[in-house]
Design a protein around this ligand. Structure first.
Ligand code: NAX
Length: 335
């Protein structure tokens, strides 16, 4: 076995983490030979429930789980960690307007970004899941500015997986055979699930274009809406938000970042936009099609894809929302 790594998980008493922690301890994120010490953070009122989670972690008798730390203090949660998965956030309560939600979360991620910069390993890799995920990641990156901007990512892998599954279902193929479909922009209803470059691998190894197999009205309308509103559909049916699929997507995101993308595969991750890709403004956390270099862990945007007029209008819309969110959140930071 390798030397252990320290993995911080926030919102550890919540429903996503109930699935996520098991995925980590089973080796699905960092490999079957990678022991972990978990640093579990939640707010003080949730520590009782978190104690229940740790009783169960003990009872699972995971060989890879070396130890765990339970805390309500970000400084302790992030001490010397290699990875930080920020799931905990302030949920939208009845009567809250969007500005209230942004403000409450700006406060949380301001403190957590600063604590990461002060206490985590300089090589820490951060994944923000708690919503509004892209803008929360931007806040953490801003207050954690002694860490490289490339250390901060936000989750759009759930949307990525949802898109791939919808395409596979529509075309009657296996999800593993669907490639080059990805999510642009914000993890919100303005995201652009893009299949215009999508391919399906046929039994003989040849490729077919998704746009040759499906009607473009479906690809631009029904499919986009289905993926954009999938979270709401889960809430309506389950009376709870996505948890199993969110934990799976978090696992996919971190595993891909840790081990690199498969040859010929492209995934979706929200990363800091440096203003050099597809005309997207500098200074927002934007989901791009990316590949990951296994040796360095560098996340590289896939450049050079043709963007047609429809795609461009979708990119513009989601970018505008992210810029609005940034202005509102940064105003709270300045208060
Ligand atoms: P839960 O409400 O079940 O759990 C959230 C946990 O976070 C709670 O235990 C709460 O006490 C804790 N928490 C709140 N403030 C905290 C703080 N300042 N520090 C540490 N912990 C804190 O929510 P769950 O269903 O687990 O979802 C967690 C977050 O993921 C939500 O913000 C949700 O909107 C977001 N999601 C994001 C997704 C994405 O693709 N980016 C998809 C799934 C999910 O909806």
């Amino acid at each position: 076995l390798k030397p252990f790594i320290r993995v911080a998980v926030t919102g550890a008493a919540g429903q996503i983490c109930y699935s996520l922690l098991a995925n980590i301890c089973k080796g699905e994120m960092f490999g079957a030979d990678q022991p972990v010490v978990l640093h579990l953070l939640d707010i003080t009122p949730a520590l009782g429930a978190l104690r229940g989670v740790t009783l169960e972690l003990e009872d699972c008798s995971f060989p890879l789980l070396v130890d765990f730390v339970v805390t309500d203090k970000p400084a302790e949660a992030f001490a010397d960690v290699d990875v930080a998965i920020l799931v905990g956030a302030m949920p939208r309560r009845e009567g809250m307007v969007r500005a209230d939600l942004l403000k409450a979360n700006a406060g949380i991620f301001k403190a957590q970004g600063a604590a990461l910069a002060a206490h985590a390993k300089p090589s820490v890799r951060v994944l923000v899941v708690g919503n509004p995920a892209n803008t929360n990641a931007l806040i953490a990156l801003t207050t954690g500015s002694s860490l490289p901007k490339s250390a901060f990512t936000a989750l759009t892998f759930l949307d990525h997986n949802r898109l791939k599954a919808q395409v596979a279902c529509k075309l009657g193929v296996a999800v593993a055979d669907v490639r080059n479909t990805f999510i642009w922009g914000n993890h919100s209803k303005t995201q652009y699930p893009d299949v215009s470059h999508g391919t399906v691998t046929n039994a003989d190894g040849s490729l077919s274009r998704v746009m040759d197999l499906a009607e473009s009205a479906w690809a631009r309308d029904e499919l986009v809406t289905t993926v954009q509103t999938r979270g709401a559909a889960v809430i309506k049916a389950r009376k709870l938000s996505s948890a199993m699929s969110a934990a799976k997507a978090i696992t996919d995101h971190m595993r891909t970042w840790w081990f690199g993308t498969e040859p010929d595969d492209i995934v979706s991750m929200a990363i800091y936009s440096d203003g050099t890709h597809y005309g997207v403004a500098e200074g927002i956390i934007f989901s791009f099609p990316v590949t990951i270099d296994a040796a360095t862990g560098d996340i590289n945007v896939v450049d050079g894809l043709d963007i047609d007029a429809f795609s461009q209008s979708m990119l513009d819309k989601t970018q505008a929302e992210l810029i609005d969110e940034r202005e509102a959140a940064l105003a709270f930071l300045a208060e």
